[in-house]
Design a binder for this molecule. Structure first.
Ligand code: ADP
Length: 179
């Protein structure tokens, strides 16, 4: 599924984010930025050991913030590492922190003149954010950013598995009705 927001596109795809050829892919990392399981582990395996070497120089990352590295062996030239909220510990702040991840990642992309960016579904794996709650926050935050920042041309959500894809598809249909 795909929608236009001004001159930009939001695309939903089911698949593996490590094979994307966008200018940047986003990593749902942990605060250490020193690797982990899930999408983080997959990105480090595909990028090669130089990614961890660069991450060690960054001094970690706060929840809701984002930091840039090169992409090394990935097709994507860059990785934007962001740290999602842990659903059960973030409490009432979870939605705002999750939105910050998407907004800050896009700001880092803009600052570095990156025009296409692929996101995973941040926080909906080990960090326990329910897909049905996370999807509308992710999509609305990206949509609002694209309306205000026409420099970004493509945002692709790369969703791992049917359930994730369907949750995002439903949320995007609901949001697109309101444009
Ligand atoms: P978090 O700790 O932010 O919850 P996870 O990596 O555990 O991060 O999960 C985030 C989302 O990424 C989950 O929906 C998970 O299914 C998905 N995921 C895992 N591997 C990949 C991959 N290779 N490409 C895209 N998404 C992935």
């Amino acid at each position: 599924m795909e929608v236009k927001v001004g001159n930009a596109r939001i695309e939903l795809a089911e698949g593996d984010i490590t094979s994307q050829d966008t200018d940047a892919i986003v990593n749902a990392a942990n605060r250490s930025l020193l690797g982990g399981g899930g999408v983080d582990g997959a990105i480090h395996r595909a990028a090669g050991p130089q990614l961890l070497t660069e991450c060690r120089t960054l001094g970690g990352c706060e929840t809701g913030e984002a930091k840039l590295t090169k992409g090394y062996n990935l097709k994507a030239g860059h990785v934007i590492h962001t740290v999602g909220p842990i659903y059960h510990s973030a409490g009432k702040k979870a939605p705002e922190l999750l939105a910050n991840c998407y907004r800050r990642s896009l700001e880092v992309a803009s600052q570095n003149k990156l025009k296409s960016i692929a996101f995973p579904s941040i926080s909906t794996g080990a960090y326990g954010y329910p897909l049905e709650e996370a999807a509308p926050i992710a999509l609305k935050t990206v949509m609002d950013y694209l309306k205000a920042h026409p420099d970004i041309q493509l945002v692709r959500f790369v969703l791992f598995g049917r359930d994730a894809y369907q949750a995002y598809e439903k949320a995007l249909r609901d949001l697109a009705k309101k444009i």
